[in-house]
Design a protein around this ligand. Structure first.
Ligand SMILES: Cc1cc2nc3c(=O)[nH]c(=O)nc-3n(C[C@H](O)[C@H](O)[C@H](O)COP(=O)(O)O)c2cc1C
Length: 201
């Protein structure tokens, strides 16, 4: 068992994590990414089933195929919603840039075979467990002074992302994480006050 010697310090660390979407082009050493992944998998999981799986996108070809799968889905969604073509083109270009410019890309998946039973509650618990690993990944990146952002786009293109990256059939893409050395200062964020969101009974 480990307890922080200075809880204030740890609270400050946890409260200063922010989403970072713009990065300096400097590479992130592989051992730093390894440490982030290792901390991520220490997250809690229902029945300790550890349903998280990661795809570390390393080659230019994989990056391009992932970008293609994600932006195609975005284009289809926006066109179906009747968005003007100029807006579709600019959102697709922005998303494509984000994927190509991020120094590190980690795709977080859920292994659908890692459940005790296939009851709806077990499926939810597995997704909750994967989300816990996602948060832990962002906090581990923060510990390395890396910026990161959780991106939900893979949820809208699960089969095409699986196919683009040749993933096992049971791997269900859940989120994309972009990491790198921050090149932005996030604006202040307003939090809902505790008294609005906590009931005491
Ligand atoms: C499940 C989930 C999905 C998210 N998806 C996206 C996304 O697709 N694009 C994006 O820019 N940020 C995304 N975010 C980041 C949120 O926008 C961000 O966490 C929120 O605005 C609060 O800001 P903070 O992370 O700086 O505290 C996502 C966060 C979560 C937890």
């Amino acid at each position: 068992m480990w307890t922080p010697t200075d809880p204030e310090h740890l609270h400050r660390f946890l409260r200063t994590r922010r989403s970072i979407r713009r990065f300096r082009p400097d590479p992130v050493p592989e051992e730093v990414v390894q440490r982030v992944l290792l901390t991520s998998i220490h997250a809690p999981s229902a029945h300790n089933l550890q349903p998280w799986r990661f795809v570390w996108i390393k080659t230019h070809d994989s990056r391009a195929r992932l970008a293609q799968a994600l932006t195609s889905a975005l284009r289809v969604d926006m066109q179906a919603a009747g968005a003007p073509e100029s807006e579709v083109a600019s959102r697709v270009a922005r998303s494509d840039r984000r994927i190509h410019q991020a120094p590190v890309l980690l795709l977080l998946c859920r292994d659908c075979s890692a459940v005790r039973e296939h009851k709806p509650q077990d499926e939810v618990m597995a997704i909750q467990s994967v989300a816990a690993a996602g948060l832990q990944l962002l906090l581990a990146a923060h510990a390395e002074n890396l910026g990161g952002n959780w991106i939900c786009w893979p949820l809208y293109a699960q089969p095409s992302v699986r196919q683009a990256l040749d993933l096992p059939l049971t791997w269900e893409p859940q989120a994309l994480f972009i990491l790198g050395w921050s090149d932005e200062r996030p604006s202040t964020k307003t939090l809902l006050p505790l008294h609005q969101i906590v009931l005491e009974r």
